[in-house]
Design a protein around this ligand. Structure first.
Ligand code: MN
Length: 228
């Protein structure tokens, strides 16, 4: 009989819309530059090059509706994204099988300490300090595929203090959801509980304490997040 030498870390659990049941998180993958107009605004070529991913930590996901402005940055940006929650996985998942592994979808924000990320980029260093900080990924309740299907088109939008700052359409994603799942599974073993943040449309920009962010995606409702 083994025992733990420290208390087991709390599991990361996300709410599922319309039920008390929760979704346990295993890993979080985030794709970079997945909408051409956002790639251009960040100074990159919008051509379809192989995708690239970075990771956030499972407990960076936060369904509280509050985003505490983080330390060590004066330029924290919003990135509205579709989140994809997986119920199963594997290695080398075929494109045609990929959607069968999706449990559901949610609204999310890939909050970014842009100044720190920019400094890391310049030095060719990893991005965690800019991306994977505490509560850096506000997320709404998960909408199961059984209720909403697989949203692959429709408006994705972010308002800050009632002004539209980001807007796009899910059909503008360079790498579609099945392609991201299939690609990731070539390099990592994908499992139930994995989450993919599917990239952000153009219009990223700074937030400040006191701002109210309102995220919406057609078919997935809306989510309000207060910057505190
Ligand atoms: Mn992003």
């Amino acid at each position: 009989m083994s025992s733990l030498v420290i208390e087991s870390p709390a599991p990361v659990l996300l709410p599922v819309n319309g039920t008390e049941a929760q979704f346990p998180v295993r890993r979080v993958y985030c794709i970079g530059r997945n909408y051409a107009a956002h790639a251009v605004e960040m100074g990159h070529d919008p051509d379809r090059e192989p995708p690239f991913f970075f990771q956030k930590n499972p407990n960076n996901l936060d369904a509280s509706g509050e985003f505490p402005y983080p330390k060590h940055s004066n330029d924290v940006h919003h990135e509205v994204e579709l989140a994809v929650m997986l119920k199963s996985g594997g290695d080398d998942i075929a494109l045609n099988d990929a959607l069968g592994h999706v449990y559901g979808y949610a609204l999310s924000l890939d909050m970014t300490r842009r100044d720190l990320q920019g400094a890391q980029k310049k030095l060719g260093r990893p991005w965690e300090i800019g991306k994977a900080f505490e509560r850096s990924a506000p997320v709404g309740p998960i909408h199961p595929v059984t209720s909403v299907g697989h949203p692959d088109q429709g408006r994705i939008e972010l308002k800050v203090n009632n002004n539209i700052t980001q807007e796009g359409d899910l059909n503008q994603m360079i790498w579609k959801v099945p392609e991201m799942i299939s690609y990731l599974s070539e390099y990592f073993t994908i499992e139930a509980g994995d989450v993919i943040l599917a990239g952000t449309p153009a219009g990223v920009g700074p937030v400040h304490r006191g701002d109210v962010m309102e995220v919406s995606v057609d078919g997935l409702g809306s989510m309000t997040v207060n910057v505190t």
